[in-house]
Each structure stands twice: as structure tokens, then as C-alpha cells.
Design a protein around this ligand. Structure first.
Ligand SMILES: *[C@@H]1O[C@H](CO)[C@@H](O)[C@H](O)[C@H]1NC(C)=O
Ligand SMILES: *[C@@H]1O[C@H](CO)[C@@H](O)[C@H](O)[C@H]1NC(C)=O
Ligand SMILES: *[C@@H]1O[C@H](CO)[C@@H](O)[C@H](O)[C@H]1NC(C)=O
Ligand SMILES: *[C@@H]1O[C@H](CO)[C@@H](O)[C@H](O)[C@H]1NC(C)=O
Ligand SMILES: *[C@@H]1O[C@H](CO)[C@@H](O)[C@H](O)[C@H]1NC(C)=O
Length: 338
């Protein structure tokens, strides 16, 4: 091999094994200086006219509007363009330290992440001027085992650009004008029986990773201390104390629009204008991998990550559910400093 070739192949080796350095200075405080040196991924800036299209590398001939409806569950029916500045993602960053994953996102100027309207009931298409209780979701989907066969496809839940293999989600829900809950989703089931099995496993501090469909999952709030008496009373199923050496961890199974607020372990902060948000999710809250018994998420792993923002009809044009999803990125939870 010539010297040049040798240098080139060493260069490419380093190129392909590049991993994301550990970052020990992250703080969830609404000041985004700590994100300055973290690599940035951009997402197309959608507009009212609907002229901005995305594609998924898995279905390169399928083009669809960047912000779109929430119920196009395949890759042949083009979703309707539904414009909403509050979900119009333009930037994504991912970071980690030795115990948590961090996500940063920014929507277009003028958008407010987590903005929801206040009203007595859900949006009513027949009476759109009546006030309604809006919803907003921040969803980080993770292909934890980096295996496309386990977990589910994003388009199964109406999210595009699609990618395969998402085993779990980290989510925050805003409802009826304020924060409602934060929770984790275990995508490891295909029917009710398997969902019940997931619940049993989750209560044992186990996270299940296996081939799944989007429709079946568990959704749990995680506390690393005892939930308050008030949260305990409102919890829909639980709280359950998780087994383990310290036994100070609890989960409660939940669902959308649960009677919150539930201040689970995920923390977040927004910028003053509201168009930037950062969040932290401790690895611990993804429990132990039911197959290996090790932490589901830990340093050294390479995962795939996709972020979606999704919201109900109120502030969209036309008035329908609207979501924007980033391209899937690969992320290595390296133990090395930058
Ligand atoms: C994790 O990082 C913190 C802060 O840098 C440090 O104090 C702690 O010892 C580290 N823990 C482990 C298990 O490496
Ligand atoms: C939303 O909050 C308002 C004001 O607190 C309350 O009157 C209304 O019942 C709530 N809506 C729902 C669906 O809980
Ligand atoms: C992970 O994401 C990268 C970047 O989108 C992609 O090239 C790769 O195929 C994905 N891996 C899996 C297992 O889905
Ligand atoms: C991916 O998951 C499938 C289904 O569990 C399994 O059969 C396959 O061996 C896994 N692939 C790898 C590379 O681990
Ligand atoms: C329980 O929490 C709800 C919602 O935050 C609040 O309205 C209520 O006053 C609380 N009740 C008690 C007894 O603290």
C-alpha cells in the first residue's frame, strides 16, 4: 500500500468511528450557552404555502410536506400540509453526560414550543371558534439497540420522514394551557397480551425491546423519589415502587391527557421567546434491558434518534393536527471527552 493510501485509509477509519464526546457541563436552565459546541442538525423551514418537502432515505421516492397531518400512517398516501409555527422544527442537537441524554430543539421565530389553548373540551370542528383544551407533544424516539427489526416504524404513528426500529420514546405533554406530564414509552408489543407483559416487565424495572407495532406500548412516568401524595392520588395505574438496591424509584402507567401535572424525572426549560427548548432524560428511567439485565441506555452505545413535535388543531392552518419530524440521526454515547 502506498503511503498516501495508508494515510487515506486511516483517515477514513477515524471518519467512520467518530463518536459523540461526553459533555459534562450541561444544565437545564433555559440558557443555551452550554450547547454552543454541540453539533447541530437542521430541519427544513416550512412555510404557509406548503412548498417545503421532505423525504426519508428509506422511501426516497415518497415526498411530503415538512409540517403535515397526524394520520397518514403509510408511505404511499401523501400527508396533507398542515402549517403550525409551534412545531416547525429548524434545529436539533443531542448531547449526553455520564447519566443522562440531552435534547435541544428550536422552531422557527414566532413559534412557541408547548403552546396550548385552554378550554372545557377537545377542539370541535363543527364549532371551531369555541375555546378548546389543546395538546402539544415533544417526542424523542430512540432506536436503542440500533437494530431496525425491533421496535416500530415512525410512519406507523403518522410521523414522517420515517425510519425503522424505534424501541422507546422520551415525551413531554402539554395540555389545556400548561405542562401536564413527562413519561417514557416502551414500544415492545403487538397486541394486548404483549402489552400486559410489558407492564409486568416495566414494574420489575425491565424495558422490553422486540419487534413491535406502533399501536401497542406502555407509557410510564418515572420518579427517582416517592411521588407526592397528590400525584399518587391522581396516578391512573400505580405508582409502583421498582425493585433494586435503593428502592427509591417509582413508575406510574399513564396515558394522554392524564390528570396531571405529574413531575416525573424528565426536566426541561424553554427560552424566553419560547422557540427553543432543552430537556434531560436520565438513562436510569429507561430501566434495565429485559434481555441483558444491563442499563437499557448506557455509555458506549450507538443509537438512532428522531425528534417530533406534534400539536392539536387550534393554532394550525388549516385547523388539524400538525407534526414535524427531524431526519433520523445516529448518535454514539461516547465515554471520551471532546
Ligand atoms: C459522572 O460525572 C460527574 C460529574 O462530572 C462525576 O462527579 C461522577 O463521578 C461521574 N460518575 C461516574 C460513574 O463516572
Ligand atoms: C382547562 O382549564 C380550564 C381553566 O382552568 C378549566 O375550566 C377546563 O375545565 C379545563 N379543561 C379540561 C379539558 O380539563
Ligand atoms: C441509523 O441512522 C442512520 C442515519 O440516518 C442510518 O444511515 C442508519 O441506517 C440507521 N440505522 C438503523 C439501524 O436504522
Ligand atoms: C435484530 O433483532 C432481531 C429480532 O429480535 C433478531 O432476530 C436479530 O438477530 C437482531 N440483529 C442483530 C444484529 O442483533
Ligand atoms: C393537587 O394538585 C392539583 C393540580 O396541581 C391542585 O389543583 C390541587 O390543589 C392539589 N391538591 C392538594 C391537596 O395539594
Amino acid at each position: 500500500m502506498s503511503v498516501l493510501l495508508k494515510i487515506l485509509s486511516i483517515y477514513f477509519l477515524f471518519e467512520t468511528v467518530t463518536s459523540d464526546p461526553i459533555n459534562r457541563h450541561m444544565k437545564i436552565d433555559g440558557d443555551f450557552d452550554d450547547w454552543k459546541n454541540v453539533p447541530s442538525y437542521s430541519d427544513p423551514e416550512d412555510n404557509m404555502e406548503g412548498t417545503v418537502y421532505d423525504v426519508s432515505p428509506w422511501f426516497p421516492s415518497f415526498k411530503f410536506p415538512d409540517c403535515h397531518d397526524g394520520d397518514s400512517l403509510d408511505t404511499s398516501t401523501v400527508p396533507k400540509h398542515i402549517y403550525n409555527p409551534n412545531v416547525n422544527i429548524v434545529e436539533l442537537k443531542v448531547a449526553h453526560d455520564n447519566s443522562s441524554l440531552y435534547i435541544y430543539c428550536r422552531v422557527i421565530d414566532g413559534g412557541v414550543i408547548g403552546k396550548t389553548s385552554v378550554g372545557p373540551s377537545e377542539f370541535n370542528k363543527n364549532n371551531p371558534s369555541e375555546s378548546s383544551a389543546g395538546r402539544f407533544y415533544i417526542m424523542t424516539a430512540i432506536n436503542i439497540d440500533h437494530n431496525a427489526t425491533t421496535g416500530c416504524w415512525l410512519h406507523d404513528g403518522g410521523y414522517h420522514p420515517t425510519a425503522p426500529g424505534f424501541d422507546g420514546n422520551i415525551e413531554i405533554e402539554f395540555y389545556n394551557g400548561s405542562f401536564n406530564q413527562n413519561y417514557f414509552v416502551d414500544h415492545g408489543a403487538n397486541n394486548d397480551d404483549e402489552t400486559n407483559y410489558l407492564k409486568q416487565q416495566n414494574k420489575e424495572n425491565h424495558f422490553v425491546i422486540r419487534p413491535a407495532t406502533h399501536e401497542y406500548f406502555t407509557q410510564y412516568i418515572y420518579w427517582n423519589h416517592q411521588p407526592t401524595a397528590n400525584e399518587t392520588k391522581r396516578c391512573l395505574e400505580g405508582p409502583y415502587q421498582l425493585p433494586g438496591s435503593t428502592k427509591t424509584n417509582y413508575i406510574c402507567f399513564t396515558k394522554d391527557k392524564a390528570p396531571g401535572p405529574f413531575n416525573g424525572v424528565i426536566s426541561y426549560a424553554r427560552s424566553v421567546k419560547g422557540n427553543e427548548l432543552e430537556l434531560r432524560a436520565p438513562f436510569q428511567a429507561l430501566l434495565l434491558n429485559s434481555q441483558t439485565g444491563r442499563s437499557t441506555l448506557e455509555l458506549g452505545m450507538t443509537v438512532n434518534i428522531s425528534l417530533s413535535l406534534e400539536t392539536s388543531e387550534e393554532y394550525s392552518v388549516p385547523q388539524d393536527w400538525s407534526s414535524d419530524t427531524t431526519a433520523t440521526i445516529q448518535y454514539t454515547l461516547s465515554n471520551d471527552s471532546a
